[in-house]
Design a protein around this ligand. Structure first.
Ligand SMILES: [Zn+2]
Length: 321
């Protein structure tokens, strides 16, 4: 059973919004295109491993928490790709999507990637996952839940060549998950009741703490308005007769404003005032802007000129149209 679904990471949404909104001549445009592609590949890999895991396990006894984030007792954050809770063990999974060959030098605590004769150093996933494990060790002790902790670093990219790496924590391809899960099943007997597992799941859920996206960009660096998706976000659409029209391809799309508002939320602010709305969307009339804002059904706070509207996170999928 999935207790917490995986959502698109904030960093990826931010990079995608920048790729839509930055002028392609902007000095950092290519950097953000590459970043968005890399993060997209990582996210796709995580979803692929999620699907495999769900397929390989039993929904009545295995609980999944995807992309768990919390703050430990010392005030430092943990971001864990996947947690698998079962009556026999707690499995912490890190998912890696690395092209090329990876090697680990144990004495240097260094993970390197070799790709096309270039060697780069990567974040050490072994140290990362052990640190998560130590947190759960302390937590389970405190909650008096005697679950053993297991680890897996899973490569979601079939082309990765896993070179010299330590035996533990295990680092293997996603295709090895079935074998690994069978091995754990054979190794352990149930040690906690379903109630204890639910108690742990509830505890984790109540301590979920998403890291806030801190990236914001000056309005002068980005393209304003509702941009036409069909024209690759190059042209600004006009508001005419209750809908948005592209001057280039002539497409009409009422919903196009939802993506634009989401971009505003991701890049500028999750609150918008009537004046900011008019400036960003190129609407002269305060009355038209008020009508549009009302139709969007955004919750507002404050009165008159100080009124501001909250742009919800899921506006693109759950818009009012
Ligand atoms: Zn167009």
């Amino acid at each position: 059973m999935i207790l917490l679904e995986r959502k698109m990471p904030n960093k990826l949404s931010f990079a995608n919004a920048l790729v839509r909104r930055l002028n392609n001549k902007h000095e950092h445009f290519d950097y953000y295109v590459k970043l968005a592609n890399r993060l997209q590949a990582g996210y796709k890999g995580e979803l692929f491993v999620d699907r495999l895991l769900v397929e390989l396990t039993k929904p009545e006894k295995h609980f999944f928490i995807f992309n768990y984030e919390c703050i430990n007792e010392f005030g430092f954050p943990h971001q864990i790709d996947t947690l698998l809770l079962s009556p026999e063990f707690l499995l912490i999974i890190e998912i890696k999507n690395i092209s090329g060959r990876v090697d680990y030098e144990e004495d240097k605590h260094q993970l390197t990637r070799t790709l096309e004769n270039t060697i780069e150093s990567f974040t050490n996933p072994f140290a990362q996952i052990r640190r998560h494990g130590q947190y759960f060790f302390r937590l389970l002790k405190r909650l008096k839940i005697p679950l053993p902790i297991e680890y897996a670093i899973v490569s979601s990219n079939p082309s990765t060549i896993i070179g010299k790496i330590p035996k533990h924590p295990p680092f293997f391809h996603a295709s090895g998950l079935q074998f690994y899960l069978n091995k754990l099943e054979a190794k352990y007997k149930p040690v906690v009741t379903n109630e204890q597992l639910v108690e742990l799941a509830n505890y984790l859920n109540s301590n979920l703490k998403r890291s806030e996206a801190k990236n914001h960009i000056e309005l002068c660096h980005i393209k304003k308005g509702v941009l036409c998706e069909i024209c690759n976000y190059e042209f600004q659409m006009h508001y005419k007769a209750g809908t948005w029209c592209c001057p280039k391809c002539r497409v009409r799309n009422k919903k196009a404003i939802l993506q634009a508002l989401d971009d505003y939320r991701l890049l500028v602010n999750n609150y918008i005032t009537n004046q900011e709305f008019r400036e960003f969307f190129g609407i002269d009339s305060m009355h038209v802007a008020s009508k549009l804002l009302a139709r969007l059904g955004l919750t507002s706070e404050g009165e008159k000129r100080g009124r501001r509207y909250l742009i919800p996170e899921d506006i693109v999928n759950k818009g009012p149209f």
